[in-house]
Ligand binder design. Sequence first.
Ligand code: 1GP
Length: 252
Amino acid sequence: MRIYNYISQIISQKGACYFILIDPDKITGEKLSKFTKHCQDSGADAFLIGGSLMLGNSLPSDIEIIKKSCTLPVIIFPGGLNQIVPNADALLYISLISGRNADQIIGKHVLAAPVIRKMNLETLSTGYMLIESGNVTTAEYMSGSRPIPRNKPEIAAATALAAEYMGMKFIYLEAGSGALNSVPSEMIKMVSSACSIPVIVGGGIRNAETAREKVINGAKIIVTGNYFEDEQNWDSVKKFSDAIHIKKSIEV
Ligand code: 1GP
């Protein structure tokens, strides 16, 4: 419960939480260390690491690098069983509830559970929903499941509520990495008013204003990935953090 409590505390203190997604295939070594330290100095709250498709096998050493460069929690965002490693702080235990592919809803989880237990990794049980975003994303293709149509917020809201009733701790509305269009605000609003667990929103968020708009509409955790793969954008990590930490910016 250590990381769950940490996230809950950030949400109650700052209004929302900012996660930065690290794709180990895109950034590693010294650049990774420099980036993660910069993120901590700029107000990010935690790192997600992993992805729908990982070509390399540097995950444990990349986590090691992040842990040496800063003190922020590192949470695995697993695209497969090969991404379950012991040196992270927690793991998003994601069930792809927007799809009807049993393997992605429960099958992989059965295989993973004993491994996770042995590693003593904290699990953050998450109802994961793919939302149509204008192009076919890696997450959609790799999971073999159809996203929820972006103009059907009521389907997303009912699905989220079902996940809450099943005891899941978070909802993740995912447009997919590099999405053309991020998750619509109307859908975030409907989902976050339908359920009482925190709503994570990610995919295609490329500026601080968009991130803030998602928070205003009820998102409690914002995830960005792609945008900071370009070093020229690193300066705006602070802008994103300030925009997402809505409580703090109101008080100042
Ligand atoms: C995490 O997939 C996202 O939910 C990250 O998306 O890479 O488009 O920021 P981006």
